[in-house]
Design a protein around this ligand. Structure first.
Ligand code: 13P
Ligand code: 13P
Ligand code: MG
Ligand code: MG
Length: 358
């Protein structure tokens, strides 16, 4: 049986500010999805101010009905957000009318279709205050680094490595690179997560292993409207990395861009659902993970994977890094390099000063 997991998300208003998603928006989304006949099962949550729809169905990726359903949830929630005057109500809905697919309209999308195995563990990662390329680092660790993933060495089904599909966000072209043979080429690209984004990972037999949302909001809108706040879906076990190997990279709070006004670098802090609220300096950038089994197109046993003291040290380290980097104030490398500031007030500042440069 072929099953599709679709994760579609949008920031349709924060409350207060860009910190979190009001419970009313979550309840409204659940109400609409519960009534729908389009999907087989769903799980609604939020990471910071981003509303996250995890949907399971049999309709394949890029399905018009599924996308339309998600769009209707966001539209309906935007009405609530506007009425209650949440901050940035309808922030990520860049277009007024639905045209068949939410891609290019503002929401972030990650979807995969696969033949259900006898047991199919799936992990969905959701982030706030960061950019689409934020998954490059953990995806490399999970699928290409034997110091992270023991299975690359000791599981005969993983020993041959994986295929990485990388998007050049500037040209829209993709390239497929094979690990371990081409890891240095791969790293040359994905070490620049602002431009090169891992879009998907496949086994060497071409089975889908992971997908990410690659939408870059600023490029869609042509101005700064908010950060991408991306999502990622990873399959685990039996030829894929174990659940714990997929989670392992997040024990290190690596630096990502997108904190405060989408313009700062900061540590990526793994938190429980309960703590998926951005506070200090509108952050620090956060990641949550919901893990479950997919069986007969149902979501079985969803778990809040970072709700675990095993990630306490990562959180403590992230807070230390946040404290340290914050002291740089408006200075790089806390603030992003110039080319990544082009969708902020920088062009206006430069214009104002242009006559003063001698
Ligand atoms: P607003 O205060 O107008 O939302 O814009 C700035 C912002 O919050 C982005 O960080
Ligand atoms: P979001 O992209 O999460 O709306 O954040 C906007 C922002 O700039 C917060 O400082
Ligand atoms: Mg927001
Ligand atoms: Mg957000």
């Amino acid at each position: 049986m072929k099953t599709t997991v679709s994760v579609i998300k949008a920031d349709i208003g924060g409350c207060p500010g860009h910190s979190t998603c009001n419970q009313k928006l979550i309840d409204n989304a659940k109400k609409i999805l519960l009534k729908s006949k389009v999907i087989n099962d769903f799980y609604v949550t939020h990471c910071g101010d981003d509303l996250e729809l995890i949907m399971v169905h049999g309709k394949g990726v890029n399905n018009k009905e599924v996308h339309k359903l998600a769009w209707s949830v966001f539209e309906s929630g935007t009405k609530i957000a506007k009425k209650e005057e949440y901050h940035g109500a309808g922030q990520d809905l860049l277009k007024n009318a639905f045209s068949g697919n939410v891609k290019g309209m503002g929401p972030g999308v990650a979807e995969m279709e696969f033949e259900e195995r006898k047991s199919d563990p799936v992990l969905v990662f959701m982030a706030d205050k960061t950019e689409a390329g934020a998954w490059n680092f953990p995806l490399y660790k999970i699928f290409a680094d034997p110091f992270n993933t023991a299975g690359l060495v000791i599981d005969p089904h993983m020993h041959e490595g994986f295929l990485f599909e990388v998007l050049d966000a500037r040209t829209g072209k993709t390239v497929q690179l094979s690990s371990p043979e081409e890891i240095y080429d791969l790293l040359a690209l994905i070490g620049s997560p602002g431009r090169y984004i891992i879009k998907a990972v496949y086994s060497k037999k071409k089975d889908i292993a992971a997908v990410t949302s690659t939408q870059k909001l600023s490029q869609m809108a042509g101005r700064y409207v908010g950060k991408d706040d991306p999502v990622m879906i990873c399959r685990a076990q039996s030829g894929f990395p174990a659940v714990g190997e997929v989670l392992e990279p997040f024990a290190f709070p690596y630096l990502v861009s997108g904190w405060m006004r989408g313009s700062h670098n900061g540590p990526f802090i793994p938190v429980s659902q309960r703590d998926a609220r951005c506070t200090r300096f509108d952050g620090p950038p956060r990641v949550i993970c919901i893990g479950f089994q997919v069986a007969n197109r149902k979501i079985i046993g969803p778990q809040d994977m970072f709700d675990d003291p095993a990630f306490d040290l990562a959180r403590q380290k992230a807070n230390e890094i946040a404290d340290y980097i914050r002291r740089h104030g408006p200075f790089q490398p806390h603030r992003l390099p110039d080319e990544e500031m082009e969708y902020t007030t920088m062009p206006a500042v430069m214009k104002k000063l242009s006559g003063k440069f001698k």
